[in-house]
Design a protein around this ligand. Structure first.
Ligand code: CMC
Length: 380
């Protein structure tokens, strides 16, 4: 069969779009690895900055590489006045994912031009984007609330500093740890929609600010990163655990998707969701359970009975929103938190794409007609 003969495959399911060494999934067993390291081990023994280095450079950093990397990131967390002013001018009722998207574009405008043939220039852009993404979102949140925009605290790690810049309160150790693990879990996930978007934009030799801004647009959708926000709205709409069976049956009968379940690749429970569930359990033991959490556990149980044999299990978004809401983070900040982690994966894919680049240009299967007659406007 020649390439020309290939049939159109909706959603490109099963079609390789790139050769990549960054992450790997076994969807039948439920395994996720970053550069050969199991996600469970990274969640327990690593941290987000180390994982960024791993994804970008292919191996774990030495102690001095890690401390140098952290220092460089911390030094670029403060946004320039121009970028802060641009974010302050955003409509406060707009979605924070749009603010990150526009904020990254503004950051690119205010940063040195990236020379794609120069390793140091590319590396500098990586550090600037990693450093600024949480600051963009915290600045937007503070500004839409009419609160003072807070400067970053260089003594804090990525998760703790983000919580500080967002809320103005230094987070306790467990909360900072939980968020750091959540960032580790979301950093990369093979050829998902936003990563594919990033690689397509990268293939045009656009700068990495444009690459990440475009990927944010893709992540925002409810079938991708936007699902975590929808999960919480869904649990609130269900109300309590007793209402779960009736609600689930009506969703299934109406052929409506249940948010936080199902995955193109995983046909078993997403390993990231298991880790997040453990973290949620610790957090809820410490801070007390909620109706939302009890409803979530009941929904997981009913879904297992009803759709488990179809391979539909909880995905990463099912427990992430529950965890973030318990930490007092506003619902529309859930997908931005996904973004401040996944930006690491997008940047790793940008660099990988540039090593052996060819512009993406798939073909289409034409479903239209030919020979249309052009009528003058008065005759249509
Ligand atoms: N609830 C009910 N039925 C479902 C669900 C669900 N969440 N997910 C899949 N199905 C059904 C689907 O209707 C289809 O049924 P049938 O064979 O009768 O037509 C069957 O399962 C196969 O599903 P699919 O739609 O072909 O699966 P897909 O690979 O195209 O879509 C998905 C994957 C994640 C978009 C989908 O499962 C979904 O929409 N889930 C809800 C949204 C969600 O939680 N998204 C987050 C994904 S994980 C994080 C991320 O990647 O961002």
């Amino acid at each position: 069969m020649t390439v020309q003969d290939h049939e159109y495959v909706p959603g490109l399911a099963g079609i390789p779009a790139a050769e990549s060494a960054i992450s790997w999934i076994d969807g039948q067993v439920g395994i996720l690895e970053y550069r050969g390291h199991r996600i469970e081990v990274l969640a327990e023994r690593s941290n987000f900055e180390e994982v960024c280095w791993l994804l970008l450079h292919g191996a774990l950093p030495t102690a001095s590489e890690l401390s140098g990397f952290r220092e460089r990131i911390a030094a670029h967390r403060a946004l320039s006045g121009e970028v802060v002013d641009a974010i302050r001018a955003f409509p406060p009722d707009g979605h924070p994912m749009a603010a990150i998207q526009a904020g990254l574009a503004a950051l690119g405008m205010a940063s040195p031009e990236v020379d794609l043939s120069d390793d140091a220039s590319c590396d500098d852009a990586v550090v600037r984007i990693l450093a600024a993404t949480p600051s963009i979102i915290a600045t937007f949140e503070r500004s839409r609330q009419g609160l003072e925009v807070l400067p970053p605290d260089p003594a804090l790690g990525r998760a703790a500093n983000f919580l500080w810049m967002l809320t103005g309160t230094k987070p306790d150790e467990l909360e900072a740890h939980v968020l750091d693990v959540a960032l580790v879990l979301h950093a990369d996930h093979t050829m998902n929609a936003s990563t594919f978007t990033a690689r397509v934009v990268a293939s045009t030799e656009a700068d990495p600010y444009s690459v990440c801004a475009a990927a944010c647009g893709s992540l925002k959708g409810p079938l991708h990163g936007g699902a975590n926000e929808r999960v919480l709205q869904q649990l609130e709409a269900i109300g309590d655990a007793d209402a779960v069976p009736g609600w689930t049956e009506s969703q299934i009968a109406g052929k409506r998707k249940i948010m936080g379940f199902g995955h193109r690749v995983y046909k078993t429970k997403d390993p990231r969701s298991k880790i997040l569930q453990d973290l949620a359990t610790r957090l809820f033991e410490r801070l007390g359970t909620t109706k939302i959490y009890d409803t979530a556990l009941a929904l997981e149980q009913i879904m297992l009975e009803r759709l488990g044999d179809k391979g539909i299990h909880p995905n990463v978004d099912f427990f992430s929103g529950i965890v973030y809401s318990k930490m007092g983070i506003p619902t529309d900040m859930f997908t931005p938190i996904f973004a401040i982690s996944r930006v690491a994966g997008w940047l790793a894919h940008w660099r990988e794409q540039m090593q052996d680049n060819r512009i993406f240009r798939p073909r289409q299967v034409f479903g239209g007609s030919h020979g249309a007659e052009f009528l003058d406007i008065a005759d249509r």
